[in-house]
Design a protein. Structure first.
Length: 336
């Protein structure tokens, strides 16, 4: 029996990305959209997608121009049977040149499996709320930081002989509020982010795991994160639980965030708000940025094709998104 708490933890967000780079004529994009559906989405629904369908979906996502995909999670198959085939999915995703293949790992054991599978980046979820951390992984912050240090050491040993170094990122889940603890003080989030950076991770991002963030809070916390961590300040992983996903993404953009997690069709729903999308919807996020004249490198028609692949694979699952429902506006042309 999988407890809701543990599922919630693994839902807990993460993600780190390439540091923001200024646009230039040779730069293909202004922003990085990191697709998390194959991990974040699939782990939060009960249906199990076949390996073949996951591979078709990832192919369609890569064809749409997504440059980073979190393809799965190296956790116990007993805990998350939906992601038991992550190693095989990684193997398949690695065929796409130019695609950064990421996986979530909760601990050293998962990191070892991820390295063996050949991922480009691993990401660890660290709960900003200690109550959340204790409830879900039965680890205090200090114990989780020990685990993180062990993972970093292992990855460094791997990188010493690897042709291409593997990156390590942390996503601070419940950074904007926690259903167990309630308010998560900003200072506590920043202290933990600094501790993760000191442990040697490449980037630390912030995740609105419970969909509690508002735009003013997003501005404040990302500004602080950037002041304290500089280029090691990572991505925004936002949820649309209360309808503020895009508003929060815009707030993060305003203060200089250039990497965003999102999920095709907002896959995964949300345990806290039935009928609301969980993750920010990739189609809507890409549309917003492209309509603003910002290059994402992602093709909206390609996303709609990927959505059709997803629909076929999960016919009973609700798919979210306003742009796919309404269609692109007349005369709309994406930014190139
Ligand atoms: Zn999420």
């Amino acid at each position: 029996m999988i407890s809701l708490e543990r599922i919630t933890f693994y839902l807990s967000e993460r993600k780190i990305h390439t540091p923001m780079t200024p646009a230039s004529p040779s730069s293909p994009a202004d922003l990085l959209i990191s697709e998390v559906g194959p991990r974040d989405g699939l782990q939060s629904i009960s249906a199990v997608m076949s390996t073949a369908a996951k591979c078709r979906w990832i192919d369609a996502l890569a064809a749409a121009g997504l440059r980073e995909i979190e393809v799965g999670s190296f956790v116990s198959p007993k805990l998350l049977p939906q992601l038991a085939d992550t190693a095989a999915v990684v193997q398949h995703a690695l065929r796409h040149p130019g695609l950064r293949v990421m996986a979530l790992v909760p601990n050293l054991r998962g990191a070892q499996a991820a390295l063996a599978a050949g991922v480009h980046k691993i990401t660890l979820p660290v709960s900003a709320s200690e109550a959340h951390s204790l409830a879900n992984v039965r680890k205090t912050h200090a114990e989780m930081l020990d685990e993180l240090c062990a993972v970093v050491q292992r990855v460094r040993a791997h990188n010493a002989t690897a042709p291409t170094p593997v990156g390590v990122e942390v996503g601070l889940s419940t950074a904007f509020g926690c259903t167990l603890q309630g308010v998560v003080p900003q200072d506590a989030v920043i202290r933990l982010a600094l501790a993760c950076a000191e442990a040697g991770v490449d980037e630390v991002g912030l995740s609105d795991t419970t969909g509690m963030a508002n735009p003013a809070q997003v501005r404040r916390l990302f500004r602080r994160l950037q002041q304290e961590l500089g280029e090691r300040a990572g991505a925004a992983h936002l949820h649309n639980t209360r309808g503020l996903g895009l508003a929060n993404a815009l707030a993060a953009l305003d203060v200089g965030v250039r990497a965003f997690d999102s999920s095709l069709a907002g896959l995964g729903g949300c345990p806290y708000a039935p009928g609301a999308s969980g993750n920010v919807v990739t189609e809507d996020l890409v549309f917003m940025f492209e309509a603003m004249g910002l290059r994402t490198g992602v093709d909206l028609d390609g996303l709609l094709r990927a959505r059709a692949v997803l629909r076929e694979a999960l016919p009973d699952e609700p798919l979210y998104g306003m742009v796919p429902e309404a269609g692109l506006p007349q005369g709309f042309s994406p930014t190139h």
